[in-house]
Design a protein around this ligand. Structure first.
Ligand code: SF4
Ligand code: SF4
Length: 101
């Protein structure tokens, strides 16, 4: 799920440089997040950096952009142009894989 910035934003400039996906930019009045580029920091960090740093806690989940962790990781791979297939190493999945006998 991408995150979004609400109108409680005070334009403190803290979040924009910390986004690993360049998803945050200055909008007409407040900062905004491009949902096509926000991976909730999946692939880069354990938690969303913008939300962690925002002093007024105005970065909730975007209700119109619900995405699974797998989808977010695929987005991360697209953005970083990595050929590494999803599901290994950096992606923690809760689904078990049954080995064939
Ligand atoms: S959650 Fe991460 S990727 Fe998404 S806007 Fe915030 S810093 Fe950028
Ligand atoms: S950290 Fe929060 S208050 Fe500061 S610019 Fe980003 S969204 Fe706005």
């Amino acid at each position: 799920m991408a995150l979004m910035i609400t109108d409680e934003c005070i334009n403190c400039d803290v979040c924009e440089p910390e986004c690993p996906n360049d998803a945050i930019s200055q909008g007409e009045e407040i900062y905004q997040i491009d949902p096509a580029r926000c991976t909730e920091c999946v692939g880069h960090h354990d938690e969303p950096q913008c939300r962690k740093l925002c002093p007024v806690d105005c970065i909730p989940l975007h209700p119109d952009h619900v995405e699974s962790r797998e989808t977010l990781f695929s987005k991360y791979l697209r953005l970083t142009k990595t050929d590494e297939p999803a599901g290994i190493d950096t992606l923690e999945t809760t689904a078990g894989h049954v080995c064939g006998n």
